[in-house]
Design a protein around this ligand. Structure first.
Ligand SMILES: Cc1ncc(COP(=O)(O)O)c(C=O)c1O
Length: 361
């Protein structure tokens, strides 16, 4: 059997570090907003070359609290790619604003050419998603955002460590929002998230809004929720952050090998990219009759997944947008297939997967 991801292999490699990290927290007896989180926020900000980092409960909260901090709410609109995980748009709905969907380009990223026609007086932000680990063209997005006085809130849930033009994603817009859900490139062993920012006022607002609106931990001066990255998860992330570049590099090598070995012209491979532009959270191919290919792989014990089976415009909660606006996302939803991808995938497994794909008629 070839699993889609395999945390047991990761634990075999770094189990001792994880055990020590968790034990230290247990022996300290301090579980919320303590030294592990402080250390992680400092280290992750340094890693991304950002001034500040605020650890929160999840990637969804990272997006929601950033919107809140930017003053976005009821009556406002936020441009979101139509082919993303539900939480990208749900965070906008949580703020009271309306997600406005944009189609994707051939790299599955928000089609920047389609954004201008979606802008209205109500538009307050663009929320690009560095989907599957590939960085969006932040140069063009930034120009568009500045020209239209819009916030740029980056959804970096799938892209910890990816770069655009030599700079880490999350530092190019106003807010960089990360998820540490276990399957992410930098994953905790539970839920977790963070926002990175360079603006001190937003930093202070975020600190308060993740703690019931209490800036000084005593007095409530604004709206806030409970959204804190706990000490055990922060300790795990501190241990795992040291491995992130090595693991991202392993993913890039696996992607290169997939690209070399899969030679069936019916299978469309993701375009190669430069430097750290893509850190392969997922390796997503396109194939005709995708569902039958998925079944063939499944029958051979090879687990795959679909990210995502339907564009958000086709979910009843987000209904209302004109479906004909999303021809690319609509077509791709029926063709995409995510192959097994994690830093511990072995060459023999990649060869086995490629063999099945090459024999697919
Ligand atoms: C693109 C994207 N945005 C946001 C999220 C939300 O992250 P979380 O599950 O940590 O709330 C995810 C994770 O599933 C994601 O993949």
């Amino acid at each position: 059997m070839i699993p889609f991801v395999d945390f047991t292999r990761e634990y075999k490699e770094i189990g001792k570090e994880i055990d020590v990290a968790i034990k230290e927290v247990l022996e300290r007896g301090f579980f919320i907003l303590g030294p592990e989180l402080e250390n992680f926020e400092k280290k992750f900000a340094e890693y991304c070359d950002a001034k500040y980092c605020v650890g929160v409960n999840s990637g969804t909260d990272a997006l929601y609290l950033s919107l809140l901090c930017a003053g976005i709410g009821p009556g406002d609109e936020v441009i979101v790619p139509v082919n993303t995980a539900v939480p990208t748009a749900m965070a906008v709905s949580m703020s009271g604003a309306k997600p406005v969907f944009a189609d994707c380009d051939e790299n599955f990223l928000i089609d920047i050419d389609k954004i201008p026609q979606l802008l209205t007086k109500k538009t307050k932000a663009i929320m690009p998603v560095h989907l599957y680990g590939r960085a969006c063209d932040m140069g063009r997005l930034k120009k568009l955002a500045v020209a239209n006085k819009l916030f740029l809130i980056e959804d970096c849930a799938q892209s910890a460590g990816a770069e655009w033009d030599g700079k880490k994603v999350g530092t190019l817009g106003d807010f960089g929002c990360f998820s540490f859900y276990p399957t992410k490139n930098l994953g905790a062993y539970g839920d977790g998230g963070a926002v990175i920012i360079n603006n001190e006022d937003y930093y202070k607002k975020l600190l308060a809004s993740r703690f019931y609106g209490q800036a000084d931990r005593v007095h409530c001066s604004g709206f806030g929720i409970n959204s804190r990255l706990d000490e055990i998860q922060a300790a795990i992330l501190n241990a795992k952050l040291k491995h992130l570049d090595i693991w991202n590099n392993a993913r890039q090598k696996i992607a290169d090998l997939y690209r070399k070995l899969i030679t069936n012209p019916k299978i469309i491979l993701p375009a190669a990219s430069n430097d750290n532009n893509h850190i392969y959270h997922l390796f997503v191919i396109r194939a005709p009759k995708r569902d039958s290919l998925k079944k063939i792989l499944e029958d051979k014990g090879i687990k795959t997944a679909i990210h995502y089976p339907a564009p958000l415009s086709r979910h009843s909660f987000f209904a209302g947008a004109k479906q004909e606006l999303f021809p690319m996302a609509d077509q791709y939803a029926g063709e995409i297939l995510s192959l097994p991808m994690h830093p511990f995938l072995e060459e023999s497994e990649i060869r086995e997967i490629a063999d099945v794909l090459n024999n697919y008629a």
